[in-house]
Design a protein around this ligand. Structure first.
Ligand code: SAM
Length: 317
């Protein structure tokens, strides 16, 4: 029997499996499980910097940020100094064009929030290096975007009255979108606060599957299963597209019993042929995003790249 990471095990039990023609398909598609350890964040960093991704996926958003920045800044500026709150900041590099641009026009404070301490530290280091804004590091890590309204009120003071939340990297694709947009919108006040959302758009499924079916994606996501107690050779990586979602799935190659660990007696018997869905990333159409954001914001302005693979939505209540 193998000890499992307790959190991951709990999630497996909570979400359970469904049957597809007698095949058991386990749902482990919980975003925060991908970033529980420093090793996972480092593996994501490898993807983020790899040429196969900088062009097609993450590159689209970075280019769009540079392209749309003058207009975004024009819209957001209300004359007072601004707090930029980078939600799920990772290493903060995505926010650089914003910091560079805004700092030419007003005084800034940059505050990275992330569930992973290592990422907050990197973001602090990267933005400090620019020497364009004050950088604020909160003592606690922010998971599941809770406490956002507390942080937002703590940052707001007589001088820095305006908050600008950036939520980039299409993280929204991996969550229940209403839940998360509600939380962010609750943290915004009046008509001076803004949110900038970055989202990947629905594109050719075949191309999407090819992009995600990459050894680095396998290396990154497999850590969830290794943490659970599987060995490399127990599982096989695959990518599929279903109901507007890219799913990353591991097939179990031989029967295996996984225990809950921490002295708990519970265990799960996985069978050869079972599947574990580790990631499920939704692709929105622009129409869907308009309708979603329209439920929470009065004004939404979209900046979409010409390939129509990525959009930035600037939202104001
Ligand atoms: C795709 S990465 C990078 C996103 C970043 N905004 C960008 O565009 O480069 C996602 C980040 O979200 C963080 N994260 C994952 N789950 C989280 C959660 N439940 N709450 C807060 N942060 C989370 C991870 O630690 C990671 O740094």
């Amino acid at each position: 029997m193998v000890k499992a990471n307790h959190l991951i095990f709990k999630q497996l039990i909570k979400k359970g499996y469904s049957l597809e023609n007698k095949k058991r398909v386990w749902d482990l598609s919980e975003y925060k499980l991908w970033y529980l350890t420093d090793k996972q964040t480092q593996a994501y960093n490898e993807i983020d910097r790899h040429k196969d991704y900088t062009g097609y996926m993450f590159g689209s958003e970075a280019d769009l940020m540079k392209e749309a920045m003058p207009e975004i800044i024009e819209e957001v500026l209300h004359g007072s100094p601004i707090n930029v709150i980078d939600v799920a900041s990772f290493d903060g590099r995505k926010a650089e064009p914003l910091i560079q641009g805004l700092s030419k026009k007003t005084k800034l404070r940059y505050c990275p929030l992330d569930a992973a301490k290592i990422s907050v530290n990197e973001a602090v280091k990267n933005i400090k290096k620019l020497k364009k804004s004050e950088v604020i590091k909160f003592k606690w890590n922010v998971s599941d975007f809770d406490n956002l309204d507390d942080i937002s009120s703590l940052l707001r003071d007589k001088t820095f009255r305006q908050n600008f939340v950036v939520f980039l990297g299409s993280i929204i694709s991996n969550f229940e979108p209403h839940d998360i947009i509600f939380k962010i919108s609750e943290a915004l006040e009046g008509n001076e606060d803004y949110m900038l959302l970055g989202a990947a758009l629905k594109t050719d499924p075949k191309e999407l599957v090819e992009t995600y079916n990459h050894p680095l994606m396998d290396k990154f996501l497999k850590i969830v299963l290794l943490e659970l107690g599987f060995n490399e050779e127990d599982v096989e990586f695959g990518v599929r597209y279903r109901n507007s979602r890219v799913e990353m799935v591991y097939k179990i190659k031989k029967d295996k019993e996984i225990s809950a660990g921490n002295g708990a007696k519970k265990s799960i018997n996985f069978r050869e042929g079972d599947e574990i869905v580790v990631a499920s990333s939704y692709r929105f159409t622009l129409k869907e995003l308009k309708s979603l954001l329209g439920d929470y914001f009065k004004d939404v302005k979209f900046f979409t790249n010409k390939e129509k693979t990525w959009t930035l939505a600037l939202c104001n209540k």
